[in-house]
Design a protein around this ligand. Structure first.
Ligand SMILES: NC(=O)c1ccc[n+]([C@@H]2O[C@H](COP(=O)([O-])OP(=O)(O)OC[C@H]3O[C@@H](n4cnc5c(N)ncnc54)[C@H](OP(=O)(O)O)[C@@H]3O)[C@@H](O)[C@H]2O)c1
Length: 341
């Protein structure tokens, strides 16, 4: 049983903590945070997904904040280091690095960081499909961002069947998550003026041999990024071959615009209809009609639910770091526990 603490119970942390609770080979030892947000209280309430989970304060100020608000706090996270096997650090970018230096490294605790952390924070930038084995036995692993996860997953499916010579991805990114009401734009499209955008080099942290360039803009939506991809292949598969390769990858869903899923909003509604908690979609969704091959060049468009896609990757990263299961078994266990088919 791997004993896990999730530090930072925000958009990603609450989902990862709930996913850890579903694993038969992991124990959610506790969660940690610094402020008594309504979100944290809801999660721990009787109706919440983390009800009954011990709460720790991530630092001394946090202990005061949480206690002053009347929350039941077990104590400081650093007092538990001898009991914990791994911390999944879902704190904001910058805090993760401080936690590594002040808490995890000095106490020899393994830690997983998220996509907002600098790639230098860990020797491995992780995607379960593309490079599971590289995280085996590591003390620090960074699960890459939502954009990089979807690109790595889809690229890995194409690369392993048809070999990619060169790829370009154009990213249309959501302005903010649903609760991030202070982010924008409200009425604009904002290009990343650095070309390539940082997403291409980030995919190369996972797949170093992949020749990929990315361009990105940000738009006023809250559910899902959209990526338009062009890949020059070493081979010349049929469109059916490519669809089959995507369908074989359980974390890639092939959806048909013709069946009514012709926008991110319609796919959002599908997740609501299916009763997915928070309308989460852990899979990358490729629009079937966009899968086109012409003279060895493959085109497709997919969408990514930014708040959910990295959650199963965190679970697989834990198994890789503790070398408890091989890649295929871990992915299957995680998928089964989370209803990913
Ligand atoms: N949101 C996404 O769509 C998304 C997708 C993929 C990856 N990521 C990455 O995941 C990481 C977390 O992002 P997020 O969106 O989940 O952030 P978030 O919603 O802001 O959650 C961060 C949580 O950490 C808490 N926190 C702040 N300082 C802390 C400290 N010193 N110790 C412990 N907890 C602390 C925050 O509390 P307060 O709110 O009180 O400050 C909040 O509960 C980032 O690296 C991000 O880039 C995010």
């Amino acid at each position: 049983m791997v004993k896990v603490v999730v530090n930072g119970i925000g958009t990603i942390g609450k989902r990862v903590a709930e996913a850890v609770r579903k694993q038969e080979d992991m124990q959610l030892y506790g969660i940690a945070d610094v402020s008594p947000s309504g979100q944290l209280k809801d999660e721990l309430s009787e109706e919440g997904g983390l009800h009954g989970t011990p709460l720790y304060a991530s630092n001394q100020d946090g202990l005061e904040n949480l206690s002053d608000a009347g929350m039941h706090v077990e104590g400081l996270l650093e007092e538990e280091v001898d009991e914990i096997d791994v911390v999944v650090d879902c704190t904001p970018s910058g805090v993760d690095q401080m936690n590594k230096e002040n808490l995890y490294e000095p106490n020899n605790i393994k830690a997983i960081f998220e996509g907002g952390a600098d790639s230098e924070i860990a020797p491995v930038s992780f995607n379960a499909d593309a490079n599971y084995d590289e995280a085996r036995g590591e003390d620090f692993v960074r699960v890459v961002s939502c954009n990089t996860t979807s690109l790595s997953r889809t690229m890995d499916a194409v690369e392993s069947s048809f070999e990619i010579e060169k790829a370009t991805a154009n990213l249309v990114r959501r302005g903010g998550d649903i609760p991030q009401d202070s982010r924008g734009p409200i009425n604009s499209t904002i290009p990343v003026t650095e070309v390539p955008s940082h997403h291409g080099p980030d995919v190369q942290e996972v797949m170093p041999d992949l020749d990929i360039k990315t361009l990105a803009v940000k738009v006023p939506t809250t559910y899902g990024h959209v990526h338009m991809v062009t890949a020059e292949l070493e081979s010349n598969p049929s469109e059916e071959d490519v669809k089959a390769a995507f369908r074989e990858q359980p974390r890639v869903e092939v959806l048909s615009a013709g069946e009514g899923y012709d926008s991110t909003a319609k796919i959002h509604e599908k997740m609501r209809d299916l009763g997915r908690k928070r309308s989460d979609m852990q899979e990358a969704a490729v629009w079937e009609e966009t899968i086109t091959v012409e003279d060895g060049t493959l085109y497709w468009i997919h969408m990514v639910h930014q708040e959910a896609i990295v959650v199963p990757e965190n679970i697989d990263a834990i198994r890789a770091m503790f070398e408890t299961e091989d890649q295929e078994t871990s992915i299957e266990m995680t998928n089964d526990s989370m209803g990913i088919e």
